[in-house]
Write a protein that binds this ligand. Structure first.
Ligand SMILES: N[C@@H](CCC(=O)N[C@@H](CS)C(=O)NCC(=O)O)C(=O)O
Length: 314
């Protein structure tokens, strides 16, 4: 498993890992002087940690795990993290898992770049939003897993509509949190751990077809604001830059009339399959679903790697 360093200014070669089972053990045994992060492409919790490490300019050793390799369930890895999940962070003798706990650890260990506000009310809001971020991923997951796991002809559209409605309620909350505020710790506050906890969930939803326009203008502006951060761009899940996600969260998968026919369900399945052809270049607009921005994601990431300002103005 190759390793690499990363800083806030460059795109890390976080690609590593042929995931040999001895790697986890050796990572621990070597008690490395810089933290080792096991992560997986497309995992929002792992993205939280990658992004915060980059935001804080921490030199770390990122090891990408392929989810289908079985590596996370090897005895060696389970000895480190009995849950067998990413993210897992090894820092000397300390092994940590659970992304939010890792974010707190990083905040204490690397205080030079502060990501929890000092002022008590803003701090409390930041901590509150961090925890709430998991509600957003649960509400999205309810839709995504139902669509993915149900045969198209068996999809119960009234039931699916309910799940969409719950997700919409959840998103309305986040929309309201951003009223008059650029970031989630509240008006006048800068970026904080709350943003790094929430944004990967939002980006996951957008990748899966969530339309931020016209219903969520604050979230849309926030999405673009966060997209312009080098730490976010540099840690963007690599495989998301190469392929579309299945558009499970696009409201277009709901037929206009309830009680869908079999043909309508098959059309839904076919449209979900539209994401299976990887494009050579993913326009930013496909990440945003806004169809406004002509800049490609590849350009955005390349600019970040050169230390330039993001060309994405979408
Ligand atoms: N609550 C955990 C969730 C971690 C988690 O679910 N990780 C997933 C990826 S998103 C994973 O490692 N899945 C691998 C597997 O289930 O084998 C956290 O916040 O870190």
């Amino acid at each position: 498993m190759a390793s690499s360093s990363a800083s806030a200014d460059v795109k890390p070669e976080l690609s590593s890992s042929s995931s040999s089972s001895s790697s986890a053990a050796s990572a621990a045994a070597a008690a490395p002087s810089r933290p080792v992060l096991f992560w997986g492409s497309g995992s929002p919790p792992a993205w939280r940690v990658c992004a915060v490490l980059l935001e804080k300019g921490v030199d770390f050793d990122g090891r990408r795990v392929q989810f289908d390799s079985g590596f996370l369930k090897t005895p060696e890895f389970l000895a480190l993290n009995p849950r067998g999940l990413v993210p897992s962070l090894i820092d000397g003798d300390l092994v940590l898992y659970e992304s939010l706990a890792i974010l707190h650890y990083l905040e204490d260990k690397y205080p030079a770049v502060r990501l929890i506000p000092k002022e008590p009310a803003a701090k409390a809001r930041c901590l509150m939003r961090m925890q709430e971020a998991n509600n957003a991923s649960s509400a999205a997951g309810e839709v995504v897993y139902y669509v993915r796991r149900t045969r198209p002809e068996s999809i119960n559209f009234p039931y699916l509509r309910c799940k969409f409605a719950v997700l919409a309620e959840e998103l309305k909350l986040w929309e309201s949190y951003l009223a008059g505020a650029e970031y989630l710790a509240g008006p006048g506050q800068g970026v904080s751990l709350a943003d790094f906890a929430f944004f990967p969930n939002l980006a996951y939803m957008v990748r899966l077809g969530l339309e931020l326009e016209p219903n969520y203008p604050n979230l849309k502006a926030y999405f673009c604001r966060m997209c312009a951060r080098k730490s976010i761009l540099a840690s963007w899940p690599p495989h998301w830059l190469k392929s579309h996600g299945l558009p499970c969260l696009s409201s277009s998968i709901l037929p206009p009339v309830e009680g869908a026919t079999r043909e309508a369900c098959e059309a839904v399945a076919a449209s979900a399959g539209a994401g299976s052809v990887p494009p050579t270049d993913v326009p930013c607009s496909r990440m945003n679903t806004a169809d406004r921005c002509p800049v490609s994601a590849r350009d955005v990431v390349a600019a970040a790697a050169r230390g330039e300002e993001s060309p994405a103005k979408c």
